[in-house]
Ligand binder design. Sequence first.
Ligand code: NAD
Length: 252
Amino acid sequence: MKLVENDVAVITGAASGIGRTTAKVFANHGASVVVADVDEEGGAKTVADITENGGEATFVRTDISDSDDAKRMIETAVSEYGGLDVLFNNAAIEGPVARLGEYDNDAFEQVIDVNLKGVWYGMKYGIEAMLADDGGSIISASSIGGEVAVPQYSGYGAAKAAVGQLTKYAALEYAEDGIRANAVAPGIVRTEMIERTVEEHPEMEAQFLETEPMPGLADPEEIANAVLFLGSDMSSRVTGVTLPVEGGYLAQ
Ligand SMILES: NC(=O)c1ccc[n+]([C@@H]2O[C@H](COP(=O)([O-])OP(=O)(O)OC[C@H]3O[C@@H](n4cnc5c(N)ncnc54)[C@H](O)[C@@H]3O)[C@@H](O)[C@H]2O)c1
């Protein structure tokens, strides 16, 4: 069964990791996908992966921390595919690994710009398009670091906690307009983001492997499937929640 047949989905950060995998999963389930990212090469690869498989996708270069770019990204969905049904605010940067007192000022601002303001811009312009097109579903990427403190990730965690709160606001304010808003909170997922961190801080690999009560790390598909659930009518009565996809970490 195809769960998002004929839907139009915009996915930010879709040139890599969870975003790329989610773009492919949505295309396999019948959606036309707008692949948005700062990484043009990676974005083109995601589009090629989808079209070679018979799916429909287009790339739009987007720095999601820039409001004009965010607006153009949403306009691309409308001009290319006639509307917007699903928005996955997935793009984020990890920022430095440092205790709060040693966290670099510029890096903090950058993390807030991409991970929080980027989600805000996506929601703002995405909602505008969904209101014009009988509603839709917004999913944003949070993290276990947005639910509890994960030491040395204060900027990232603060932005992710705020993503959960923005999700509640969007859900309540647009509940009567057919727009649902939810978030997913992954634990540790095998992506380029984690590979970069392990390269810089090899001592963290063992810590990552032991984080989730379920063994090993999550595969990007396991997050993409949760996003598919939240983006499809399978979750038609679910709004305002942050769904943990973290092998039981938050149950402790
Ligand atoms: N990997 C994990 O363990 C993990 C855990 C919890 C939450 N998450 C969240 O999942 C999401 C995806 O993470 P990932 O692991 O796939 O990361 P990733 O680094 O593999 O991919 C992130 C993508 O976002 C893009 N991006 C970065 N800044 C951007 C900007 N300003 N505008 C547009 N695109 C930009 C990058 O180019 C990249 O393609 C993020 O929100 C991340 O915080 C990841």
